[in-house]
Design a protein around this ligand. Structure first.
Ligand SMILES: [Zn+2]
Ligand SMILES: [Zn+2]
Length: 184
């Protein structure tokens, strides 16, 4: 049999052995390098680093119910001091891969855990990506107490907590120039 599908993505898993067999279940444990960044603009799992999926594929009436965990390590930039942030991700995931011929009476836009399924292979990329992104911080921090950068010179305040700049109060400098005028 010929398929015109592009080269298999590591997120694609055959489910032929349990298709249309409600109650049948298969456990899947796979580790592979991320083919694309999983994450946001500020933090994500880099290309080529390990993504581990520990999943259960369960045949149900409407399709295949996928549940489990994705583990990976995300890297990003601290939102305050711009240092590198590394964060382990252990994201739960679950979704229903629905047979094309299933018509759901309760179809509504809120069922975001439902995915298309051609009856042969499960494409888990969107499910995994969503799970990872939901578990990443909106603003990554190198530590909860990161003091960030000095707004005067950009120095890292963590390296130099007592860091200050001599700032002349503008009122004093105005007064000083008055005195200077009188004395001249
Ligand atoms: Zn920081
Ligand atoms: Zn400074």
């Amino acid at each position: 049999m010929h398929t015109s599908r592009p080269a298999a993505s590591p997120f694609q898993f055959s489910a032929r052995d349990i298709v249309r067999r409600p109650g049948a279940q298969r456990l899947v444990s796979e580790t592979f390098p991320a083919p694309a960044v999983l994450g946001t603009d500020v933090i994500g799992v880099p290309v080529g680093t390990d993504v581990t999926l520990d999943l259960s594929f369960e045949s149900v009436q409407e399709g295949i119910w996928v549940s489990g965990t994705v583990n990976a390590t995300a890297t990003g930039e601290c939102g305050r001091c711009l240092d590198e942030v590394r964060q382990d991700v252990a994201a739960p995931l679950q979704g229903l891969f629905e047979y094309p011929d299933v018509r759901r009476d309760d179809e509504d836009e809120t069922s975001e855990d439902v995915f298309e399924f051609d009856g042969e292979s499960l494409d888990l990329e969107e499910l995994v990506r969503d799970a990872v992104v939901t578990n990443l911080p909106f603003t990554p921090l190198c530590g909860p107490d990161c003091p960030g950068l000095c707004d005067q010179c950009g120095a890292r305040l963590a390296d130099d907590p007592d860091h200050t700049h001599e700032v002349l109060d503008p009122r004093w400098s105005a007064l000083q120039s008055l005195i200077d005028e009188k004395e001249s």
